[in-house]
Write a protein that binds this ligand. Structure first.
Ligand code: NMX
Ligand code: MLT
Length: 433
């Protein structure tokens, strides 16, 4: 059986040649225009990077190598209850091919073999105050693994450019393999009195992570498979992916670039929104004195939040203009696995209430829920109430997409990323031309 690395190399070498020729023949082809509003408006929609692993459509949502989430659920090798294994998605993102069950099992085994975490990482984490935010612990844990970077060592030894992708591949595989252990360690030290649980190498990537967090529930394992699959990638322009891409383009190794991306994910307008959603719902339940608020009560609470000048977490998106298919996938999961939960019913009632209110503001471009609107309620259902941890789960999943994309970037010889900035005087001069 051809290894993942061999398969990737074949595809990448062919695409590298093809892109060189396309660039030579058509490098001057105009593919986009930039408006003044895009410069002052967060660079929305400006096409400025290659990202092989997934592409986002404003209406249809995310496609991983052309496949929608329902298609991935159909096609990727899955766990016993039918939820796709993220190992399969990683394979797909690197090769463009749906792997066989044997290939996915091989990747699970490879990651188990690479999963040893240096003791120094645990010592570093143990030196932090226990109430350090889990995302801060996560980036520190990633940074504490950086001294093991193969890319850094080989670069210092004079590795030629043609080998960059190989070293990035090795670092990325090691990092992905180690992340669940580090992430579970953070959870157990922050919330379970430091009673750690050893990995179980008979389990797949998601079930083993669930196990180390403290759950061997079959439904929770299924949730983790789905969760780690759907959060993995959202094309290259989102803040965490773009950060990993930017930092990686300086030839910082995957530990450095992934840690940088996780610092972007830790912001409340990005990945931290999953913590903010459940915090906001818990506060609403507390304020209203009921754990099953009516739609009228929810509407009042939403209006109060907006009147206080805050955003409704879990709603809106910089690209999407329809409900996020990742929200829909989680809703379907809840419909299938969870019967009569007040919290999940509340999430669905919020879905009925919030969009018309946001639309009524007349400025929100997308009133629909994003991925973060649903994930917390599912985690609470399975006993994970410590919402400050939720973005770490997002981060473990995001590693799969951004690190796969990082391997592609080095294989395709992508240069240092360096877009142009302008001053307000320059902008004014354009207006007055
Ligand atoms: N609640 C209240 N106001 C909102 C919301 C919302 N959920 N979404 C957008 N707006 C406001 C936004 O603040 C802006 O107001 P102003 O002009 O006064 O500054 C206006 O609507 C226009 O913003 P948009 O162009 O619609 O949104 P933008 O692309 O700038 O931002 C988000 C996208 C996702 C940052 C924004 O929708 C938001 O803040 N949502 C809540 C936080 C959230 O759920 N983030 C998670 C995103 C997914 N992820 O995991 O990364
Ligand atoms: C993501 O998954 O990265 C978020 O939905 C944000 C984005 O795509 O901009």
């Amino acid at each position: 059986m051809e290894s993942l690395k061999q398969k990737f190399a074949e595809k990448a070498i062919a695409l590298y040649q093809e892109l060189r020729e396309i660039n030579k023949a058509h490098g001057d082809l105009k593919v986009d225009e930039v408006t003044l509003g895009q410069i002052t408006g967060g660079a929305r929609s400006i096409k400025m990077m290659l990202w092989e692993t997934s592409q986002l459509d404003a209406i249809k949502g995310i496609r991983f190598r052309g496949y929608s989430i329902p298609e991935l659920k159909e096609l990727l090798p899955s766990g016993p209850q039918g939820e796709p294994k993220p190992e399969g998605l990683f394979w797909l993102m690197l090769t463009g091919e749906i792997p066989t069950a044997a290939e996915v099992d091989g990747l699970t085994a490879d990651w188990h073999a690479r999963a040893g975490v240096p003791d120094q990482v645990f010592k570093t984490l143990d030196s932090l105050p226990e109430d350090t935010h889990p995302m801060t612990q996560f980036t520190i844990g990633i940074m504490a693994m950086q001294p093991t970077s193969i890319f850094e060592r080989r670069y210092a030894e004079g590795m030629p450019k043609s080998e960059y992708w190989d070293a990035v591949y090795e670092d990325s595989m090691n990092l992905i393999a180690r992340l669940p252990r580090v992430a579970a360690y953070i959870y157990r030290r922050a919330f379970k009195g430091g009673k750690h649980i050893a990995p179980d190498t008979t389990l797949d990537y998601s079930a083993n992570y669930a196990h180390m967090l403290g759950s061997d529930d079959e439904d929770f394992r299924s949730l983790m498979r789905l969760y780690l699959t759907i959060h993995a990638d959202h094309e290259g322009g989102n803040a965490s992916a773009h950060t990993v891409n930017l930092v990686g383009s300086t030839l910082s190794d995957p530990y450095l670039s992934f840690a940088a991306g996780m610092n972007a994910l830790a912001g409340p307008l990005h990945g931290l929104a999953n913590q903010e959603v459940i915090k906001w719902i818990f506060e609403m339940i507390e304020a209203l004195g009921t754990d099953r608020p009516t739609k009228e009560q929810i509407a009042d609470y939403v209006n109060n939040t907006l009147a206080e000048g805050k955003v409704i977490p879990g709603y809106g998106h910089a690209v999407l203009r329809e409900p996020d298919p990742r929200f829909t996938a989680q809703r379907k999961f809840a419909e299938q696995y969870i019967k009569d939960s007040n919290l999940i019913t509340t999430v669905w009632n919020i879905f009925d209430v919030v969009p018309p209110i946001l639309e009524g503001l007349g400025k929100v471009k997308n009133p629909w829920p994003n991925v973060d609107a649903h994930s917390g309620a599912l985690l609470v259902h399975y006993g994970f109430r410590e919402y400050s941890y939720y973005t770490v789960l997002f981060g473990v999943s995001r590693a799969l997409g951004v690190l796969a994309a990082g391997i592609w970037s080095r294989a395709l010889g992508m240069p240092l990323e360096r877009p142009k900035s302008v001053t307000s005087d320059w902008l004014k001069a354009q207006v007055n031309k």
